[in-house]
Design a protein around this ligand. Structure first.
Ligand SMILES: *Cc1c(COP(=O)(O)O)cnc(C)c1O
Length: 353
């Protein structure tokens, strides 16, 4: 990557490529090998892989740190949570991603950590919970309630108290929010979502600008073995090349839909933080109305997950692990890159049905 002040769009396209030489491949190859000829620092492919590095270089540049790829978002989240010593207190939002919530509950039950759940949008409550904690987990916006945290204040307070702060940046991507610049120690991603963008691969990542934390995360990945396949990583990098284009369209579509949904007589409440491609609605008529929307849409697909080119929607409480404070009728919309009028007509018809 040339040492120039490049914008994120250019970094997405130009990063992680082999050096320009006559005859060189334009793209980083898929390196399918389990071992390397002896004599170099890396001798086994659980430690490192050139295809991972191509992906990690691009994501690291965008987030402003050094990235590590993992087998899934949950693998990256497990590695980041393991930065808290055994028995330590972890402060986490009530409405974090439900896999993160379930993992924290299991770790607490096993006595690995103590968990203090907080309303992440209530800065005073989070600050009060930080005393004596070892790790602060943040998501902003949260999944699926779309609550917004005052991240710079929380990260600064964590740093003052020697608390490691982690931000799950899956919903925003580094194009909308760069938590390391806001003071976070570690960023984690479900690369499965917007970064890869085509709902065809599971992958995760952790990014940090702190060499000591990077070393610990890398050791965790190597010894626990939560490594991604080179093919999956290559697919994620291929998807990442167009993140700026996909996100621009998805966000523009989401803004139009959120505005119209606010006026829709069959919609009681719209949650939309004014940015991003995720909107949550509560149809009039409770759970049955929400289930009806899932059943009758034709352009939208009723499915879990988010961040792909195709629009998905889902009544989140159909998952038993979703906290009961998430309304029964809340339908999360992951807005894709289709024509916005087609998306609107389908949703409008499903709501009015
Ligand atoms: C999907 C998701 C995860 C989990 O990632 P996987 O790739 O499915 O393991 C974590 N955090 C958020 C915010 C997510 O949406």
């Amino acid at each position: 990557m040339p040492d120039l002040p490049l914008s994120p769009a250019t970094r997405l396209v130009a990063g992680g490529r082999p050096a320009h030489q006559p005859g060189a491949s334009l793209n980083a190859p898929v390196e399918l090998t389990s071992t390397y000829v002896a004599g170099a620092p890396v001798n086994y492919a659980r430690v490192d892989n050139p295809t991972w590095r191509a992906f990690e270089d691009v994501l690291g540049e965008l987030e402003g740190g050094s990235a590590l790829a993992y087998a899934s978002g949950m693998a990256a989240i497990s590695a980041a949570l393991a930065l808290a010593p055994v028995g330590a207190v972890v402060v986490a939002p009530h409405h974090a991603y439900n896999g993160t919530g379930a993992l924290l509950a299991e770790l607490a039950e096993q006595g690995v950590v103590q968990v203090r759940r907080v309303d992440i949008a209530d800065t005073d409550e989070v600050l009060a919970a930080l005393d004596g904690a070892a790790l602060l987990w943040t998501e902003s916006p949260t999944n699926p309630m779309l609550e917004i945290a005052d991240l710079p204040t929380l990260f600064a307070a964590a740093r003052e108290r020697g608390v490691v702060s982690v931000c799950d940046n899956t919903f925003s991507t580094p194009l909308l929010q760069r938590p390391l610049e806001l003071g976070a120690d570690v960023v984690v991603h479900s690369v499965t979502k917007f970064l890869s963008g085509h709902s065809d691969v599971l992958l995760g990542a952790a990014v940090t600008a702190d060499d000591g934390l990077r070393e610990r995360l890398h050791t965790h990945r190597t010894l626990r073995g939560a490594i991604p396949g080179p093919m999956e990583t290559w697919l994620a990098l291929r998807g990442l090349r167009t993140l700026h284009l996909r996100l621009e369209r998805s966000c523009a579509n989401a803004a139009v839909l959120a505005e119209r949904l606010r006026e829709h007589p069959a919609v009681e409440r719209v949650r939309y933080p004014g940015t991003g491609a995720i909107v949550a609605i509560e149809p009039v008529g409770g759970r049955a109305a929400a289930e009806r929307v899932e059943q009758v849409v034709r352009v939208w697909t009723p499915a879990t997950s988010l961040g792909g080119v195709e629009s998905l929607l889902e009544r989140r409480r159909r998952h038993p692990a979703e906290p009961p404070t998430v309304p029964e009728q809340l339908v999360r919309l992951s807005v894709g890159v289709e024509d916005v009028e087609d998306l609107w007509r389908d949703l409008d018809r499903a709501l009015s049905d």
